[in-house]
Design a protein around this ligand. Structure first.
Ligand code: ADP
Ligand code: MG
Length: 236
């Protein structure tokens, strides 16, 4: 089943044009795997929000994304759908190690992303874990080698990167910096720089924020390659 679906998805993706005049309006307009399409349906997501309609096609094509859209505009699915699809296209399995790293400013926001991922990713095989300092460090360290997708906060992630041998990022395919403006406002610049420094450069990166600030564009310059700039109506 996956083999056939994989071929279909890859073919549809090749034919997908990034035409600003014909943007997709529904998830079903996108070339998604059956696993993702079904997970979205089960979670009752049908229509795309603006930021999703504009960023998901480019992200599926493998482009780096610099996305700005206000809180509540649906940025979480804008990166989670492409992350799931990338790992699906690579037929990522447990033995492949860490494929995606999602950095979030707070434990609460990281947990929210994790919940959305659990819902829409329920039919996928890769495993996901939350690294946010709520748990005993050693227990967390023992779970890390089994995680294909990690969602975490900058300080705790950096601690593990420095001290947890099982935290190997050599195979990483995609990095997401979510709520980048808040990450920087909270003073995590150094942690994020150090984390990004450890990651393979041949990766896809998506950076999302609610506001466009000088600090965000500085971080974007360091972490993204020829990104698609996507800004959705900055306030009415
Ligand atoms: P942001 O990160 O931009 O602040 P979220 O990703 O947290 O926004 O989404 C805000 C709310 O909108 C959530 O309750 C989410 O479930 C809902 N939402 C996101 N995308 C869609 C969609 N395509 N259709 C319906 N509701 C959506
Ligand atoms: Mg968000």
């Amino acid at each position: 089943r996956d083999d056939e679906d994989l071929e279909n998805v890859k073919e549809a993706l090749q034919g997908l044009e990034l035409d600003p005049n014909t943007r997709p309006s529904k998830f079903s307009d996108l070339p998604l795997s059956q696993r993702t399409a079904f997970g979205l349906q089960q979670s009752h997501f049908k229509d795309l929000t603006d930021i999703q309609s504009r960023s998901i096609p480019a992200a599926l094509k493998g482009k780096d994304i610099l996305g700005a859209a206000k809180t509540g505009s649906g940025k979480t699915l804008a990166f989670l759908v492409p992350v799931l699809e990338l790992l699906f296209r690579e037929q990522w399995s447990k033995q492949d190690g860490l494929g995606a790293l999602i950095i979030s400013p707070t434990r609460e926001l990281a947990a929210q992303i994790f919940e959305v991922l659990r819902k829409i990713g329920r039919n996928h095989l890769p495993s996901a874990g939350l690294i946010e300092g709520g748990m005993n460090f050693k227990e967390e360290a023992e779970r890390i080698p089994f995680m294909n997708i990690i969602i975490g906060t900058p300080g705790r992630l950096l601690q593990h990167m420095d001290r947890t041998p099982g935290f190997s990022v050599g195979n990483l395919q995609v990095l997401v910096l979510d709520e980048a403006d808040r990450i920087l406002d909270m003073g995590f610049q150094k942690e994020v720089d150090a984390l990004v420094d450890h990651l393979p450069t041949a990766r896809q990166t998506m950076l999302f924020s609610a506001t466009q600030t000088k600090k965000v564009s500085d971080l974007a310059r360091l972490s993204l390659k020829e990104p698609e700039y996507i800004a959705v109506h900055q306030e009415a």
